[in-house]
Design a binder for this molecule. Sequence first.
Ligand code: HEC
Ligand SMILES: [Cu+2]
Length: 336
Amino acid sequence: MERRETIAIAILLLILVGLPLTALGYQYWLRPALASPPVIDIRAAVPEAGGFQPDSIQVTVGRPVTLRFASLDVTHGVAIGPGLGVDLGPVDPGQVKEVTLTFDQPGTYTFYCNSWCSPNHWRMRGVIEVRDPADPDARPTPQEDPVIAALLAEGVDIDATHTAADYAEKPAPAVRPSAGRGEAIADELLVPPELQSAPWRRSHTPSQGLATLAAANPAAPKADLADAIAYLWLSDSSPEKRAEAATLYAKNCAACHGQTGGGDGPVAGLTAEEPVPFTDLEHMFEARSDVLYAKIRRGGMGTDMPNFGTLFTPEETWALVDLLWTFAFSAEETTP
Ligand code: HEC
Ligand SMILES: [Cu+2]
C-alpha cells in the first residue's frame, strides 16, 4: 500500500513539475535553438549608387541575428566593428557572405566597406543599433573619448599642421633613427624620468623628447640620441600588436597613405590635401601620438581624412599609431 502511494505521488510530482518544465524548456531553449536566427539582407553598392541598403538596422540584445551581404556592382569588402573582429573579406558581385552575431549589450556598431570601391569608398558605412526590449528607451550613450577630451582641455588643435622645417632638434639627415641601435645604446645614456613614462611620450613630440634627452646627455652625438628616441617611441608596442595593426592599415589606410606610409597610395591624388607621409621625419618629429590617435578616431575637420572612431577600438587605434611610428623610425629590434 505504502509503495503504491509513493509511486502515485511520484507520478503526480512528475506531472505537476515535469510538464511545465518541458513546456518552458521548449519555449525558451528548444524552440529558439531550432529556429534559425532572423536574416537581414544588406545589399552593397558604391556610395554613388546608394552605398549599403539598408544602411541602418536594429537588432535585439541577446537574440542571434544573421546579416547577409551581397554586392550589386563591384567587389566590396565587409567588416563590422568596433571590437567584434568580424571581417568577411571581399564580396564579389553575385556572391553572398553572411555572419551570425549575438549582441549581449545595447550599443551601436558599424558595418563598413574595407576594399577600395570608388572615390567615395570610405562613406560606405551602416549602423547596427542594438536595443534592449526590456528598456526600449535606453540609448547607448556615445562614450566620450578621454584622450580627445584631454586634448581639447589642453587647447590642442587636432587639425593644426605641425610640420616644422626647422624643428629644434633635427636628427642627422638621411639617416632614419633606428630603434635597434637606440636599444643598444640606451643603457649608456641618462634617460630622464619623463622619457621613461609612456603617458609623457604619448603627449609629447619626438623633438621635445630629443631636447630633453640632449639636455641630460650634452656630450652624446645627436644621431645616437635620435636612435634612443626611436627606441623609446616604439617601446610602447610589440611587433605582434603592430602586425595586427598592419592588417587594418593595409585595408583601411594604405590606399591614401601608401603601403609603407609614404603618402603615395593609389588614390592619394584624389584627396584635396596630401595624405600625410608618415615617413617624413620633419613631420613626424613634430607629431604627438595622442594627436595622431585623435585624428584617426575623429577624422579631419573638412579634410579627406575619414573618421575611424566608430570602426576601431581605442586599443586598435593605439596599435595603428604605434605602426605609424615604424614608418618614420626603423623598427629593427636588434642591432645591425
Ligand atoms: C581617403 C584617404 C585617406 C584614408 C583612407 C586615410 N587617410 Fe589619413 N589622412 C588623409 C589626409 C588627406 C590627411 C591630411 C589631412 C588631415 O590631416 O586631416 C590625413 C591625415 C592623417 C593623420 C594626421 C597626421 C598628422 O601628422 O597630422 C593621421 C594620423 C592619419 N591620417 C592616419 C590614418 C589612418 C591610421 C588611416 C586608416 C585607418 C587613414 N589615415 C586613412 C587621407 C586619408
Ligand atoms: Cu568600398
